[in-house]
Design a protein around this ligand. Structure first.
Ligand code: KIV
Ligand code: ZN
Length: 530
């Protein structure tokens, strides 16, 4: 007998930046970076943090466990295939959280069942049943996803979901895994599931949409209008291939058009801009200038007619107030005479708890920058602290560099790199320009094969003395890795970014070698079934 969708007006936000988002090529976050992002997600007020896929590597397990132990507020969720080993790893990583959730999944589309799983429909049903039952025996809160649901037969998907509900799943998530569906089709699919799955009205229905056709937000919105009350999304829309539904877009869509549907989330939207900047910095994925909500130009008015209108009345050309999403709230200003206390207070206001050695290091960086820049703002402080979070004592680091360049001399650079052993290695090189020479010298100091894929420079704030922020993406040891660096001098920012990217690639390669996994295997581990 059919059931009806939820009439609650509260839509829960399930953030998967640290799981699906982290599966974007070139992103390699370490535990400290993931914990920092998770704290910021908690400040933002997300309902659920999908902290990782713990079976994939000891590093992933450790990060999920650290988040489960440290981050209060949101539900902390770990992903698992239907295999016993996955579920045990997920549970062991999240069990110290006050609010743990296991998220288990198996595909229901024929394409996946035939070609990837190479099994039968009846086996899929058996695996789903066993996985939800096992998860439920460990954890009260269990989410089940029929992967690739939107390309699967709806009747079969409904049978599998009904099994999951009967076994005690608390959330049923319907993924558009390959970003194939359309709003009308997704709506019809969900309505049909509500008709076919007994008890679906008693659990939370969730949507998980990918952006391959640019429809992730539109499809998620359609899903919510059809009755879903959880949206899975990622900050800045990062994720597999074209990414996931963008968190900031769906949140502001629900808020701005609440007149239309009466729905809203529980998020503190004023934290959106900061969360976006933090994720962009730590992942090395820049935000396009025209990105909705958080792009640099999202509230910029170029045409004279628009500027004239906004000056007379903001709402003539603005449907949201930039302060609603935390833009233009940059009131903290420090200078070169500001002391350690002032810095700590300012960092606390920004949500960073920095003490002891970390505060000393942040203060040293702050002084260096304040000597060169008249005013150090909240945006600068965020950039400096993120830069420090990225610096790892056990990895490669930039010691110093010298460069000579000009239109009449051949560029040359000497760079000292601090090796993980603590020793210094010096490299020298010429190049097409000063940055190319610096990169060559770093490669000479850390001899390894690598190829530069992209290099971007941006300014942290406006003005001539703005801090420069550089992002480098390179390929080394068969894997993409990114790094970022911040400094008043873009040559120094470039050197920092390059050393970090190389160090991320080399650390990742060393970890995978020690664990005996390849990058593909890390994303879809081969472990025995339940
Ligand atoms: O896209 C997808 O289907 C997923 C599942 C694991 C939910 O990420
Ligand atoms: Zn996904």
């Amino acid at each position: 007998m059919g059931t009806t969708p939820s009439d609650s007006k509260r839509v829960e936000i399930f953030d998967t930046t640290l799981r699906d988002g982290e599966q974007s090529p070139g992103i390699s976050l370490n535990t400290q970076e993931k914990v920092e992002i998770a704290h910021q997600l908690a400040r933002l007020g997300v309902d659920v943090i999908e902290a990782g896929f713990p079976i994939t590597s000891p590093g992933d397990f450790e990060a999920v466990q650290a988040i489960a132990r440290e981050v209060q507020g949101p539900v902390i969720c770990g992903l698992a295939r239907t295999h016993k080993a996955d579920i045990d790893a997920a549970w062991n990583s999240i069990k110290d959280s006050d609010r743990p959730r296991i998220h288990t999944f198996i595909s229901t589309s024929d394409i996946h069942i035939e070609h990837q799983l190479q099994t039968t429909h009846s086996d899929v049903k058996g695996q789903a049943k066993a996985a939800v039952a096992l998860s439920k025996s460990l954890c009260e809160d269990v989410e089940f996803s029929p992967m690739d649901a939107t390309r699967a037969d709806v009747e079969f998907t409904a049978e599998v979901c009904a099994i999951a509900v009967a076994e005690g799943a608390t959330v049923i998530n319907i993924p558009d895994t390959v970003g194939y569906t359309t709003p009308e089709e997704y709506t019809a699919y969900l309505h049909r599931l509500y008709e076919l799955v007994p008890g679906l009205d008693g659990v939370t229905v969730s949507v998980h949409c990918h952006d391959d056709l640019g429809l992730a937000v539109a499809n998620s919105y359609a899903g919510v209008l059809a009755g879903a009350r959880q949206v899975e999304c990622a900050v800045n829309g990062i994720g597999e291939r074209a990414g996931n539904c963008s968190l900031e877009e769906i949140v502001m869509l629900l808020r701005t058009r609440t007149d239309e549907h009466g729905l809203d989330t529980g998020l503190d939207a004023t934290e959106l801009a900061r969360t976006s900047r933090m994720v962009s910095r730590l992942t090395g994925y820049p935000v396009q200038p025209n990105k909705a909500i958080v792009g640099r130009n999202a509230f910029a008015h170029e045409s004279g007619i628009h500027q004239d209108g906004v000056l007379k009345e903001r709402t003539t050309y603005e449907i949201m107030d930039p302060t609603e999403v935390g833009l233009e709230s940059n009131s903290i200003v420090l200078g070169k005479h500001s002391g350690r206390h002032a810095l700590r207070d300012a960092l606390e206001q920004l949500g960073f708890q920095v003490e002891g050695g970390a505060l000393n290091q942040a203060f040293k960086r702050f002084k260096e920058i304040a000597d060169k820049k008249k005013q150090v703002t909240a945006l600068d402080l965020e950039a400096i602290v993120s830069d420090e979070i990225r610096e790892r004592a056990d990895s490669y680091g930039l010691g110093w560099f010298e460069v000579s360049a000009g239109s009449r001399i051949e560029p040359r650079a000497r760079v000292a790199v601090r090796m993980p052993s603590g020793e210094e290695s010096i490299g020298e090189s010429g190049g097409d320009g000063p940055i190319d020479a610096i990169f060559g010298a770093i490669r000479a100091a850390i001899p390894t094969e690598c190829e530069l894929r992209s290099f971007t420079v941006s300014a942290v704030t406006e003005g001539e003395d703005a801090l420069g922020e550089v992002t480098v993406m390179l390929r080394a040891h068969g894997r993409l890795a990114s790094g970022q660096g911040v400094a008043t001098d873009i040559l120094e920012a470039s050197a920092r970014a390059y050393v970090r990217a190389l160090s991320n690639a080399l650390d990742g390669a060393a970890v995978r070698e020690a664990e005996g996994v390849t990058q593909d295997a890390a994303q879809l581990p081969a472990t025995p079934g339940p």
